[in-house]
Each structure stands twice: as C-alpha cells, then as structure tokens.
Ligand binder design. Sequence first.
Ligand code: ADP
Length: 454
Amino acid sequence: LEQTYDVVVIGGGGAGLSAAVEAQSSGAKVVLLEKMSSLGGNTLVSGGGLNVPGTKQQKALGIEDSVELFIEDTMNGGDNINKKELVTVIAKNALPTTEWLVNEINVEFMPDRLQQFGGHSVPRALISKNNHGTELIRKLKAYGDKLGVEFKMETRAEELIMDNNRVVGVKAKNAAGQEIIFNANKGVIIATGGFGANKEMRVKYDPDKDDKYKTTDVSGTTGDGIIMAEKLGADLMHMEYIQTYPTCNPKTGIISYVANSRFDGAVLLNQEGKRFVEEMDRRDVISKAILEQTNNEAYLIWGQEIEEVGNMTKVHEDEYKVFEKMDLIYKADTLEELAKHFEVDKDNLLASIEKYNRFVENGKDEDFNRRGKLRTIEKGPFYIQKVAPAIHHTMGGIVINEDAKVLDNKGKVIEGLFAAGEVTGGIHGTNRLGGNAVTDVIVFGRIAGQKVVE
Ligand code: ADP
C-alpha cells in the first residue's frame, strides 16, 4: 500500500494538529498519522494553560509583563542551558499565536482568569475553557476537518524514508498490521511527543526515573519520533532531563488539577504537619522535597479564601470525586478534622497554618519567601489533599533550529524533516515551567507547518 501527500505529520497532539492545520491552510495536501485510537496526546490531558505575555487579561488586571521577562523566567527555570534562540521564538510568537487560536481556531479562554505557575514572576498563563486540553484539541481537529486534513487513526509511524539525503516519506502500520508507505512530496513533521511513558527509555537516560515513579503521561508517549529521527542521524540533546510533576494522584500518577489550588495559595505540609518547601518553587525542587518527606507524600491545605479564587474543586469536580472515592481528599469545617483524617500531627498543623496566616497578614513568608499572591487559610470549609510526584515531561529530544528543521550532529539541516513539540529538545533546559509546553507546542507546530511548504 502506498499513498502520496505533500506533507506527512506524525502524531496528533497539540503540535501535530497545529502543524497539519497550518500546512493544509497554505493549500498543501496533508495527512496526519496517529497511532492511538483518539487524538490529543499529552496536550489533551493538560490543563490547557499557555503562557503569553501582553494579553488583554494581563492588561485588565494591571499586570506588567514583557517578552523579555518571559524569556528570562524561562531561562532561569531551565538553569540557563536552554537554547535561547528557541525560547525567544516562543516568547515572541506567544501573543500572535494566541490571537490565531482565538480568531481562527475559535479556542475559548477563561476571560478573567490568569494563573501564575511556579517559576514565573507574574501571572501570565491563559487557561482554556474548562481548564482542560480538550478545548484546544477539539477545536484544532474541527478546523483541520473543515480544511480537509486527512486523519489516519491507529496508524503507527515506524520508519522515516530517506532518498538522496532527503526525507521523502514514512513507513507506517495500520490497526490491521498492514504496512503503508506515506510519500511526502514536501516533507515530514515529527510531533510524536515525549517519552515519559517509556520506562526503558527513561532509565537509559536517567537511571533514577524507574518504576518508583508513576506517570501523568498518556500511553502513546513512548519516544517513537526520537528513535526514528536518531536512526537518520538527527542530533538529540538534554535527554537526561526528565521532569516530575509534584502534585499528582499518589495511587495512579494522574496529574491533579484540583491541586493547582496551590497556585492560588494552598500550602504544602508533610505528615508531621510542617511546611518544607516554597509552594511556588520549580517542579523539580518541589518534587524532590516531597520525596524526602515521610511516605514520599505531602498534603495540600486550603480554605475558602483560596478556593474562591479558582474554584478548583468545582471546575475539576470529576477529578475531585475520584480523589474523594480513593480517600485522597477530605473536606471539613475545621483544621483539626483535616489533621485527624489523614493522621497528620494536629498541633504542628495548627501551628503551621497559624504562622502562615501571620505571614500573609504581614505580606511576607518569612520561612520560604513564597512568591505570588499570599492568601490566608482561616475560612472553612477547608480541604486537605494527599499528593505525590509523577513523571510528567521529557525536556530532551530532537535538536531543531528556529524554523523547526531537524539538525544532525554537525548542525546541518536534514532536508525534508521537521519536528515540533515535546519531541524536541533544548527549549526548556533542565526544567520546563508550567504553561510553557502548550506555548511551545502550538508556536513550533505552526512554524513547522509553515516552513514545510515553503
Ligand atoms: P505534543 O504536545 O508535542 O503535541 P502530545 O503528547 O500532545 O505531544 O502528542 C503526541 C501524539 O503523537 C500522541 O497522540 C501520540 O499517541 C502520537 N504518537 C506517538 N508516537 C507515534 C507514532 N509512532 N506514530 C503515530 N503517532 C504517534
């Protein structure tokens, strides 16, 4: 079996969909291959938040931000080993890309909600409708359908085809196990996501990231694109940087969005009822700190002052119910009851919260110098939620240039080959900041889709 298109996109998450839509918009004939039976990848299960400096939401709230500050935060968050020219591409394109998402793709963002994720110096994350990646994926898919992008589900790309030093197609297998050759007249875009769900591959690059970790990632993120590109001589970088998300379901590894009440002010305590880390610190720092606590777990505590900001238990009601059923979250009128429920040291818990409330009143967290808006925990009912870290994002991957073209280990472009999204390396350095994946994925997905047809 053999089929011919202008562009073959591998992977139907945020990057692949953005690339496919852009390429098809310019008149090219595009096919998108997705190995799973549904689209979306890790983008689908994300909170659908993306960092954008200079939005109308920021202006309405009087928040001063700039492309430069966004670059600086991102570089600091990645220990300054990020490829700055790529970070700059994301920062500069964030706003026009958002306008494209809103005006062309019809994506809805919460009109008056901005989140400040860890490591960012100001609130700059727009949050998709329902605080979920489904909004992005559904709208991109609908737009792709309208344009006539062909979607081949349960079709796994297995090998890139080279001819005369140029990538000219993809060998794939469909659900029936038949091999299909997809010829690409103009080029191939790899958008297969990271390798968080592939334990062997994780351990190969970082022996610590073994079975002791569960993962937030969907099962399709097994590094296929990285392996295929490496076979052709593509350069890889930063493969050893594998991020854990600090506040996941300790039993399943699934990311908790209710726990993002942390960004509105919830505090983290250990089994002994003591704070142990700055709640707004980087994901790697908080994850490591949690793993050093009793049972390798921690508790988030908050009350109505914080709940009322983002209403996380309501916005994510389905998740809340799951946590409740698994006895991982508990709501009560008093802090004493919270402590008792999970056998957290009651006196310490009360003392920690009382001390914290004093810090809030004085406007400064004397113990951990917490960033972001400080809010008291005085008004019940209160919540306590048990959380633990899980594998979340692989920073390393295929080396690309500013045009999303794949480079070999001499820095030379591999003709006909593009990559975008989590499959690429170098953009986030040692540690990706919250809300930067979606910005990266959509910005570079679009660039790949534009450049492939040039
Ligand atoms: P990104 O955020 O970079 O777009 P995602 O994780 O959202 O990454 O999406 C990656 C998608 O690629 C997933 O839907 C995954 O199932 C798909 N995928 C991974 N490997 C292959 C492959 N070999 N062939 C086709 N699709 C793949």
